[in-house]
Design a protein around this ligand. Structure first.
Ligand code: NAP
Ligand code: F7E
Length: 321
């Protein structure tokens, strides 16, 4: 039985990837950080089928011990301080986890078993103030936040370990992907949860920052499939994963509120607190390489994504009314 090790298993992507790998017959080992309260909400339903081990990207000893004990063939590095806004408030911490954490894990792999296949969760935030539209694997990076800068480091150290030590180290440059399991601080879930709560009489307004920024939003379960496909390739590489469509935050709000029969203009309030010191105005990816080399394509449309998120929140909050 193949064994896969996932960092960030308690996160949105980690939970979907764990489910996907279990379905493929893998033994799944997931790393969790020690905390005073348990935050296994996203993996409760599979907890008895995965092995959870304690460790941290800040602590290389824990990474080496886990690799030595479980001997995985595939490692998926999904752990990160992943919220862009927080990266301005905690820039050094973001660099420690999201940038240097990648080196710690790559070096642990090099030390324990250099035949391990490695996936790095790179991000479209690396393109930032975009130098080309649409963005591809060869578009130059121009990150606009400490998070984006940290991800550029993580990307290049992955390429460097591939070239320096011959590791099967792959970087998936994933554009925004969302789901009912998305954290509430990200704009899509903030919108879907507020649309549902306002509809149910649990809230009366939605405070947002920049409504005009545009993102290429896909569906998270589609994207974890691409991660796995990348590690099944003979050679490592870099792949853009995206839908090729771009929509504004305003489009997302309008669709979400329409879906519950409300006019968003009556509820949305613009609030300076949610504006960013430097914004990424437009992202749209060209995933031709992933389509041709991996046979990957997204299955859930933007409209369906919005509906699924709002419906899930209507059910979730509805149970509490
Ligand atoms: P997420 O929901 O924020 O999950 C992040 C995970 O990282 C959580 O499990 C978290 O654990 C863990 N983590 C944070 N700091 C850690 C540390 N020091 N040591 C060990 N684990 C730590 O993120 P996501 O949306 O699933 O994204 C997964 C990865 O893809 C991230 O690297 C993200 O930056 C990247 N990415 C995401 C997107 C997207 O649109 N979702 C797009 C491109 C790239 P706790 O539960 O303990 O906090
Ligand atoms: O912001 C605007 C905000 O926080 C999207 C992470 O997964 O994807 C994510 O990063 C847009 C930005 O995601 C609010 O200014 C307006 O333009 O949902 P977000 P993100 O910053 O794109 C990338 C690919 C990652 O790698 C990251 O890990 O929405 N926006 N008003 C707002 N955003 C938030 N969060 N809250 C607002 O009130």
């Amino acid at each position: 039985m193949n064994c896969a090790f996932i960092t960030g298993i308690t996160g949105q992507d980690g939970s979907y990837l764990a489910e996907f790998l279990l379905d493929q017959g893998y033994e799944v080992v997931g790393m969790v950080r020690r905390s005073s309260t348990v935050n296994f909400e996203r993996i409760n339903h599979i907890q008895d089928r995965v092995t959870l081990v304690s460790g941290d990207l800040l602590d290389e000893v824990s990474l080496i011990s886990i690799l030595r004990e479980y001997r995985p063939q595939e490692v998926y590095n999904l752990a990160a301080q992943s919220f862009v806004q927080t990266s301005w408030v905690q820039p050094v911490f973001t660099g420690e986890v999201t940038a240097l954490g990648v080196t710690r894990l790559l070096d642990a792999i090099r030390t324990v078993d250099p035949t391990i296949r490695f996936y790095q969760a790179s991000s479209s935030e690396m393109f930032g103030k975009v130098l080309e539209v649409p963005q591809t694997e060869t578009t130059p990076f121009y990150p606009r936040s400490p998070y984006g800068v940290a991800k550029v480091y993580g990307h290049w150290i992955t390429v460097n370990y591939r070239e320096s030590y011959g590791l099967h180290a792959t970087s998936g440059i994933l554009f925004n992907h969302e789901s009912p399991r998305r954290g509430f601080e990200f704009v899509t879930r903030k919108i879907s949860s507020h649309a549902a709560r306002i509809k149910l009489g649990l809230a009366h307004e939605l405070r947002l920052g920049n409504l005009e920024s545009r993102r290429d939003w896909g569906y998270a379960p589609d994207y974890v499939r691409a991660m796995w496909l990348m590690l099944q390739q003979e050679a490592p590489g870099d792949y853009v994963v995206a839908t090729g469509e771009t929509h504004s935050v305003r489009d997302f709000v309008e669709l979400a509120f329409d879906h519950v029969g409300l006019d968003y203009r009556q509820f949305v309030v613009q609030d300076e607190r949610f504006m960013r010191p430097a914004e990424v105005d437009l992202l749209v990816g060209d995933c031709r390489k992933a389509r041709d080399a991996l046979g990957w394509q997204p299955e859930v449309t933007f409209e369906e994504l919005v509906r699924r998120m709002v419906d899930a929140d209507l059910r979730g909050f509805g149970e509490r009314v």
